[in-house]
Design a protein around this ligand. Structure first.
Ligand code: F0G
Length: 458
């Protein structure tokens, strides 16, 4: 397109009103939510950037497919449609539907994990890490070194450090390593993409040492966009072909269909190996459901099957990546420290750099999350020491490596004016920078504490 306006390649047929609130009201709601936006009522939120997961607007084609959902317990037509779609896309023979991504993680990593076992990833997502550690196994992150240089420009900062991978295999011994997990795009590592070159290298190492290679592929269409537009040799290939090429390198995949399948619920595990698939099927039946529905209704499976086709539409992907880039570019120009280059599903802000006066023990990321809600009714999530911080034996915080805040963009939900509003709110954030204050945790659970922690102002 020759025009610079971001063209949303869809018309809006159904709308959901947004209730306008005042800063005074939001102050009250935030206090009631213990300064943790996970406790806010969605009706009290103006722009919800908490997650891009399960928050997509479905298309007319998805809604109409849902009407023909087959709710039979076994052998439903909806399942056969979904199974065919996943098989055609991934090439994997054994497909296990689950109610969402983490259920697939629990099944596979629960089976493969246990004390003494090791999992290695470019970066484990929080539920991935939690499911692995819950079994007593160890999860090790080895993103490429440049990934920690927040503003450093590199086209594939989500890559795995393959030299380190080989050395870890030597250290732990291949028989103790349960799986190598490549997350595309690398959500907890700033949503950065992974190159095909890197995936090929990881695959070759896995083959050499006979290691299981799993793709966490919930944003593989967005990753394919970056490969086609940033990596040499892919210009003439379709996004779907690029994704298929990556699947062909792996032994299996886990997908949360709540991201790049435009579904509000769902996920799956797909595997090459029959024995592994059978072991996982046992666990699937006792916890999720029969093999032809997992934890899903037939209509949900139809929505996923259609979504998996729609996601590779070049006009959609171009709009998706350009609109996230639009937000990132404006914030960057304004002087907000961000992970660069911009990515597909979110913008990641370096809160430690934005608020140098707030020490990590007082959670600068959570402070920014609260400020954004207060000033503009924007809800987002901290990805820093609240999410990944641990305590040492004396109860002292071991901080995360970065103090980030993620603004995740739901698919096909907000227009350019909504994003312009977010940009305006950031102008206020900058003006009031010095008055932002830290927080202390007053209540927390052992696992995934960011979901349920209570805070108070310092
Ligand atoms: N893997 C990745 C890379 C994810 O981003 C997520 C979820 C999961 C696995 C788990 O999938 O939610 O369907 O159980 N990410 C969401 C997010 C929650 O906000 O980034 P799930």
């Amino acid at each position: 397109m020759k025009y610079k306006t971001i063209f949303e390649p869809f018309k809006i047929k159904t709308v959901e009103p947004i209730r306008i609130t005042t800063e005074k009201q939001r102050e009250h709601y935030l206090k009631k939510a213990h300064y943790n936006p996970f406790f806010l009522h969605s009706d009290d939120v103006l722009i919800d950037l908490l997650t891009d997961s399960g928050t997509s607007a479905m298309s007319a084609a998805q809604w109409s497919a849902m009407m023909s959902g087959d709710e039979s317990y076994a052998g439903a037509k909806s399942w056969l449609r979904l199974e065919k779609e996943i098989h055609d896309l991934t090439g994997f023979e054994f497909i296990l539907p689950t109610h969402q991504g983490r259920a697939a993680e629990r099944i596979l990593y629960g089976y493969l994990g246990g004390k003494g076992k090791v999992f290695i990833s470019n970066t484990h997502f929080d539920t991935t890490r939690a499911n692995i550690e819950f079994t007593g196994a160890t999860a090790i992150d080895i993103p490429m070194p440049e990934s920690s240089m927040i503003e450093f420009d590199h086209p594939f900062k989500g890559n795995m450090d393959t030299a380190k991978l080989e050395s870890l295999v030597e250290t732990y011994g291949a028989t103790n390593i349960s799986a190598i997990i490549l997350t595309v795009t690398n959500n907890s590592g700033g949503g950065q993409p992974v190159s095909m070159h890197n995936a090929r290298e990881v695959s070759a190492i896995c083959k050499k040492y006979k290691l299981l290679f799993i793709l966490d592929c919930c944003r593989i269409a967005e990753n394919s966009y970056f490969i086609r537009n940033r990596e040499k040799g892919f210009k003439s290939k379709s996004y779907r072909t690029i994704a298929q090429e990556m699947f062909a390198l792996a032994d299996g995949c886990i997908m949360s269909a709540k991201k790049d399948a435009f579904a509000n619920i769902g996920g799956f595990l797909a595997l090459k190996n029959k024995h592994l698939a059978e072991a996982c099927t046992n666990l699937l039946i006792i916890t999720e459901g029969f093999v032809t529905y997992g934890g899903l209704a037939g209509r949900d499976m139809d929505a996923i099957a259609v979504g998996l086709q729609e996601i590779f539409d070049p006009d959609y992907l171009h709009y998706r990546i350009s609109s996230t880039g639009y937000l990132a570019d404006h914030l960057h120009k304004m002087g907000i420290p961000l992970i660069m280059p911009s990515v597909g599903h979110a913008v990641y802000i370096d809160a430690a750099k934005l608020y140098p006066h707030i020490p990590v023990q007082e959670y600068p990321g959570q402070a920014l999350v609260c400020e954004l809600y207060l000033k503009g009714g924007i809800r987002c999530v901290e990805i820093g020491s609240v999410m990944f911080g641990k305590y040492d034996a004396r109860g002292k915080l071991i901080p995360a490596s970065k103090e980030l805040v993620r603004l995740a963009i739901p698919r096909r939900v907000y227009t350019q004016s909504h994003i312009d509003y977010v940009i305006e709110v950031f102008e206020e954030i900058i003006k009031a920078k010095e008055s932002a204050h830290g927080l202390r945790i007053t209540h927390e659970l052992e696992l995934l504490r960011h979901f349920t922690a209570h805070f108070e102002k310092i």
